[in-house]
Design a protein around this ligand. Structure first.
Ligand SMILES: Nc1ncnc2c1ncn2[C@@H]1O[C@H](COP(=O)(O)OP(=O)(O)OP(=O)(O)O)[C@@H](O)[C@H]1O
Ligand SMILES: [Mg+2]
Length: 295
């Protein structure tokens, strides 16, 4: 079942086309990572999905309802954390948390709220203007994670958090997933996406250019091989399909696409293979390759 559907979304700001063609779905119970460089259009897509901005073309739906026309019906079942949290400077953190929770009909005495405040080591007694960026972000996270929403939309929620707090955020998100909740997570932190997401959508200059599981995307690129042989396997220098070859004495380090693995291994056998290690590309490598090839 689809929780969110985004079809051919377009957005112009003052005649400049910012979103050209955003098409992607979030399925029930999954965590979809939404990644792309600065200015690619992630936050704009999310604002349209939330009904905060009107699309210039295409459409977005949550729970089968149009994001713009039926936003009120949608909002009681979603929770949103923006990347930048700007709030009333004179209220305390605790007051702002309660205000938001009241607005969303969440019980402010909930044990979940208390647990999250402790877990995120958040001091609710300070005035908003005195909190650091990370602490302001914790306010939005505590409110969102206290809610009973079915669909969570996070727009770079951990950009201001330190690594310890990021781990706590990841634990909470995993727990929501185990309860069958659906999550859209826009992020710059690729390790976070790699840890949490079932699928990723890669956006570049207002277009979704790739969607799939990490495994599916990895199939598009080459694995790294580290092979130790008894004699130096010089033959690798003359085999097609071997990339970025280097030697450390009898150890060869190179990349091979899936279609050439068989022939490369056959060529290596006469050199008496002592050890073989293969590593999938990291999300970071996939991501960089995508941008380097197409920019
Ligand atoms: N209200 C607006 N008016 C004019 N241009 C805008 C407006 N909002 C966003 N833009 C432009 O749209 C483009 C996409 O911005 P958006 O914030 O969606 O990118 P992003 O992918 O979220 O980037 P980041 O990773 O930096 O958060 C940018 O070039 C931005 O300057
Ligand atoms: Mg953004």
């Amino acid at each position: 079942m689809k929780v969110a559907e985004i079809n051919g979304l377009q957005k112009d700001f003052k005649k400049v086309q910012i979103l050209k063609n955003i098409t992607m779905d979030v399925y029930s119970g999954e965590i979809l990572g939404f990644i792309g460089p600065n200015g690619a259009g992630k936050s704009t897509t999310i604002r349209i999905l939330l009904g905060m901005l009107r699309a210039s073309g295409g459409n977005a739906k949550i729970f089968g309802k149009d994001s713009w026309k039926e936003s009120i019906a949608i909002h009681s079942k979603i929770a949103y954390v923006p990347g930048e949290v700007n709030l009333w400077p004179n209220l305390t953190g605790g007051e702002v948390i309660d205000l938001f929770m009241n607005l969303q009909g969440i019980n402010t005495e909930s044990s979940r709220k208390k647990r999250l405040i402790e877990k995120f080591q958040f001091d609710p007694s300070k005035k908003i203007r005195n909190y650091s960026k990370g602490n302001r972000q914790k306010i939005a996270l505590i409110v969102a994670l206290s809610s009973d929403a079915d669909f969570f939309i996070f727009d770079e929620p951990t950009s201001g958090l330190d690594p310890l707090m990021e781990v706590i955020f990841q634990e909470e998100v995993k727990e929501f997933k185990s309860k069958g909740k659906s999550i859209l997570l826009s992020s710059h932190i690729l390790s976070e996406v790699e840890h949490l997401c079932d699928r990723v959508a890669i956006i570049r200059q207002g277009e979704v250019i790739e969607t799939g599981t990490l495994e599916e995307l990895r199939h598009l690129t080459r694995y790294e091989y580290i092979v130790t042989t008894q004699r130096k396997a010089e033959i690798l220098e003359n085999i097609s399909g071997v990339y970025d070859l280097s030697f450390r004495r009898n150890q060869a380090i190179f990349q091979v696409g899936q279609e050439d693995v068989q022939s490369v291994l056959e060529a290596l056998l006469p050199y008496n293979v002592v050890n073989l290690e293969s590593n999938p590309p990291t999300l970071e490598e996939l991501f960089l390759r995508h941008y380097q090839e197409k920019v």
